[in-house]
Design a protein around this ligand. Structure first.
Ligand SMILES: *[C@@H]1O[C@H](CO)[C@@H](O)[C@H](O)[C@H]1NC(C)=O
Ligand SMILES: *[C@@H]1O[C@H](CO)[C@@H](O)[C@H](O)[C@H]1NC(C)=O
Ligand SMILES: *[C@@H]1O[C@H](CO)[C@@H](O)[C@H](O)[C@H]1NC(C)=O
Length: 852
């Protein structure tokens, strides 16, 4: 028995060490379980106890293993757990310890619908624009010097634009320096990669490739529409040869992992997303949940763990680079913050602009979008390699085509500086992206760079980022600060008002957390609502920067709100984080009788640490992370519930030339929305200020040049600190502080008039009106519904306490948070997670029930 164990153990270890694969899975005949087992029990022991077959370790995830059993309706592990619990209740002897006690997490695998590829239907070519003669000459010189003879190089305007010079990735001077991607491997996670293509075969890297749809070694495109991955691969690393064009990193290696050609389990996706993470440096992901304007979906916990593992251990510990296409749902009001892949802090979200620097109708905006680059629109698309021995296409487009251009740029960056960590790559992106002349909600961020929800920090510039990297000092390790849960539990007013809740981050909190400055922020929240598409969420930082975390969606009819959904923003990059963070929830659709309640929220700041010696590695995400919802800690005093007047649905500015009748999904400026209502509000001081504010002229969006040219001198006398921010920001800070204090203290309106001058030009002033006590539990009917929903969740939770060893009282007093099976609204209870330790994060759980 023991010998047998040892043998299996050794062979399993050998499998993992050699990077070998688990036995080929067949979901038609078998069920698969991904199980996290603490080392006290061997997987073999557990397998024999439960009558399962042990397939081997879940390669990259520590202590995770794969088991299988012939197909069966029940969840064998879940059933065994319940049985054990029942017997323990009856106090049967001999059950003090049990192999099941070492199970930390288990998930019976189910096949999820395949992800959406982010390409768009090609547009008809526009009237031929004559090329600029000088530019053609320059392009030919470059091609001669670099010996580029690729037949379609001259069509590859994203590399060298001869029709609108300057509207390209600005790469040729990087190539001239000999930086062409040598020594770097990028992996296209997609629908396959045609490694027989003359343009790709020399750079193809088989060792980094796999097919998780057909469970084969090579990612062969097989379906008739398996062209997407090959096209993306061509953009990144098509060779300098006689076939088609060149990739941005034409001397890089390219691998392919196939996942988009069929339904896929979380287990297989988790294996795919950090496949060969020591050899694949960058993962190119031009796909995601449906961009239909009504889906809200995040990766499952296994996939999240796989991404965190890659970021912590991949690329020799420097961290794998994830690049995700922002999404193509802008025309359906979709927003990349409803997609848990694009809004992960570990992924770089790349949106699209077209060859005229216009916002293409499809490219989604969101506060998590870091950068944009070229893709289809205004009558042209991206020209690249296609499936076939020597086949090219001029029809590659959507954010699908933008992401791989980012990947190509990062391949060059990593050749120049292989030591950059995943966060350095994001920093360099923020600092070198180029703002361009296009109306949007450009706002000056703490780094001094302009940010727009539509374009992130601007467009990628290959030359600028590589130059900046050359003498870049690596950032210190990551630190984080998590606020307690802020309990609001108030109905959200419709239309004119919003609910605001404030949390103050103090210097001491951040010092204690070894936290120096902000990079990403995430905000996890619960909102119950009868129509999710009505809700809009903003976050105002202490320096006055506004993140539009969520926007209303006309087609999102889901009769739920947000359940432990985590939004992300990169708009606060470089801020200190100290001061009041205000989250505002609005219901912008009036008159549809659909109401909601803002339950709670939690802010997380992620950024650079103060003292590298004290830095820790983030523990793996668990499904209990947000379990402490209803724990009342010593912080609730910092929560203030206020109501804030709000405008109605925002309107757009930029209309792209090729879609004159289609509104672009541009995000409003907070100022605009608020001022519309305030013009009629009795708070004249505020409305007058805003009327004169330069950002408000004619209700137009702030044009970049105006906002960027602000002087940054002190606007108050010396004793007042400037926070090292611009005058306008100081004004906002002091303005907002003044307003809050005034209202809370209940002082009269005359004080407002006294402050009128101070408020002038204030970008984001708004009126706070204090409502009742935060902890007031007099709830509406909605909240009652919420409560009963949570009770259901608790009942579900009971099933699992065999492992947790908790009493029923514990379970009842503890909160849900870990949903898993119980959040599955379709009642299709496939038992996604049960865990002893910690927790799945809600977002993934709620997603499970939503995939159709
Ligand atoms: C799974 O097994 C079934 C039944 O043996 C077989 O028909 C099918 O081809 C197998 N599928 C795969 C992907 O191996
Ligand atoms: C492009 O690269 C050149 C260096 O070759 C640089 O001088 C220039 O500022 C970059 N940007 C643009 C938009 O040309
Ligand atoms: C934050 O807001 C509270 C009131 O909610 C106020 O008392 C406090 O002074 C503010 N802190 C800062 C740093 O503005």
């Amino acid at each position: 028995m023991r010998v047998l164990h040892l043998c299996t153990l050794l062979s399993a270890a050998g499998l993992a060490a050699a990077g070998q694969h688990l036995p080929r899975r067949n979901y038609t005949t078998h069920d698969y379980y991904a199980v996290h087992i603490s080392p006290s029990t061997s997987p073999q022991e557990l397998a024999s106890h439960l009558g399962l077959t042990y397939d081997g370790p879940l390669t990259s995830l520590a202590e995770h293993h794969v088991f299988k059993a012939p197909k069966h309706d029940n969840d064998i592990i879940d059933d065994a757990a319940q049985e054990l619990k029942r017997r323990r209740r009856k106090r049967e002897p001999g059950l003090e310890s049990h192999p099941l006690d070492s199970v930390q997490f288990t998930q019976k695998q189910k096949l999820n619908p395949r992800h959406w590829k982010r390409s768009v239907i090609p547009q008809s070519p526009d009237r031929a624009v004559p090329p600029v003669t000088d530019a053609i000459k320059a392009q030919r010189e470059v091609a001669n010097k670099l010996q580029i003879k690729d037949p379609i190089f001259e069509e590859q305007w994203h590399l060298f634009n001869v029709k609108t010079p300057g509207n390209d990735i600005n790469i040729t001077d990087v190539w001239m320096q000999g930086i062409t991607g040598k020594g770097v491997t990028a992996c296209v996670v997609d629908d396959g990669l045609d490694y027989d293509s003359a343009d790709l075969k020399d750079n193809f890297f088989a060792e980094g490739s796999y097919d998780y749809n057909d469970h084969e070694d090579l990612p062969t495109p097989k379906l008739s529409d398996d062209r997407h991955g090959t096209r993306c691969a061509g953009e990144i690393a098509a060779g300098r040869n006689n076939a088609c064009g060149v990739g941005l990193a034409y001397d890089a290696k390219i691998s392919g992992v196939r996942i988009l050609s069929g339904d896929i389990s979380d287990l297989d996706e988790a294996l795919a997303i950090n496949y060969a993470m020591q050899k694949n440096f960058i993962y190119s992901c031009s796909w995601g949940p449906p961009d239909d304007g009504k889906t809200m979906q995040a990766p499952g916990i296994l996939i999240k763990k796989a991404m965190v593992t890659a970021v912590q251990q991949g690329r020799g510990g420097k961290g794998s680079i994830y690049v995700f296409a922002a999404g193509n749902g802008a025309a359906s009001d979709d927003n990349c913050n409803f997609d848990g892949y694009t809004n992960s802090i570990y992924s770089i979200t790349v949106g699209a602009i077209d060859k005229n620097n216009n916002h293409p109708y499809y490219s989604e905006a969101c506060s998590a979008q870091l950068v944009v680059t070229y893709s289809s629109g205004s009558g042209d698309s991206i020209h690249t390699t296609d499936v076939g021995a020597n086949k090219c296409t001029g029809q590659h487009g959507g954010t699908s085509a933008a992401g791989p251009i980012g990947v190509g740029v990062y391949a060059l960056l990593l050749e120049a500086r292989p030591d950059l960590t995943w966060r350095d790559v994001q920093w360099l992106t923020v600092l070198t992206a180029v703002q361009f002349d296009q109306p949007s909600d450009w706002t000056k961020a703490a780094t001094g760079k302009m940010f727009s929800h539509q374009f992130g920090y601007g467009k990628l510039d290959a030359w600028a980022i590589v130059e900046k990297a050359k003498d870049w000092e690596l950032v210190k390790p990551q630190a984080w600060y998590w606020s307690p849960w802020m309990h609001v539990k108030k109905p959200i007013p419709e239309g004119d008002h919003g609910l605001a809740s404030v949390f103050e981050v103090t210097a001491d909190m951040l010092k204690e957390a070894n936290f120096e400055r902000v990079e990403h922020i995430t905000l996890t929240m619960n909102v119950d609502h009868q129509r999710r598409g009505d809700i809009l969420v903003q976050l105002h930082s202490p320096s006055g920067m506004v993140s539009h975390l969520s926007t209303a969606r006309r087609d999102d009819e889901a009769a739920i709100g947000y359940e432990d959904w985590t939004f992300m923003s990169v708009a606060h990059w470089g801020e200190s984080g100290i001061g009041n963070w205000t989250v505002i929830v609005k219901d912008v659709i009036t008159g549809n009788m659909k109401k909601g309640v803002f339950i709670d929220w939690r802010l997380r700041l992620w950024g650079e640490c103060i003292d590298a010696a004290k830095a820790k590695l983030l523990p793996m995400p668990t499904i209990h992370e947000d379990d402490d919802h209803d724990k009342i800690d010593d912080h609730p005093a910092h929560t203030t519930v206020v109501s804030v007047p709000a405008g109605t649905r925002p309107t757009m500015t930029a209309i792209p030339a090729d879609h004159p009748d289609r509104p672009v999904n541009q995000k409003p400026s907070q100022t605009q929305a608020i001022s519309q209502t305030q013009a009629t509000s009795q708070t004249q001081a505020t409305s007058q200020t805003q009327a004169t504010s330069q950002t408000q002229a004619n209700g137009e969006q702030t044009a970049a040049p105006t906002t960027s040219s602000l002087p940054s001198e002190n606007f108050l006398p010396n004793p007042f600190p400037t926070f090292g921010v611009s005058k306008r920001t100081q004004i906002w800070i002091y303005g907002a502080v003044a307003l809050i204090i005034l209202f809370i203290a209940g002082l009269g309106t005359y004080l407002f008039i006294a402050h009128r001058k101070r408020l002038r030009e204030s970008r984001d002033s708004y009126e706070f009106e204090v409502l009742d006590d935060v902890e007031d539990r007099e709830d509406t009917g909605m909240l009652g519904a919420a409560a009963s929903k949570k009770k259901r969740a608790r009942r579900g939770g009971e099933l699992y306490d065999a492992f947790a060893g908790e009493s029923d009282e514990d379970l009842l007093s503890d909160d849900e948070g870990d949903e898993g099976p119980y959040r599955d609204r379709d009642g299709e209870r496939y038992n996604e997670k049960f865990e002893v330790e910690g927790s799945d994060d809600a977002s993934s759980a709620s997603s499970a029930g939503k995939r159709q």
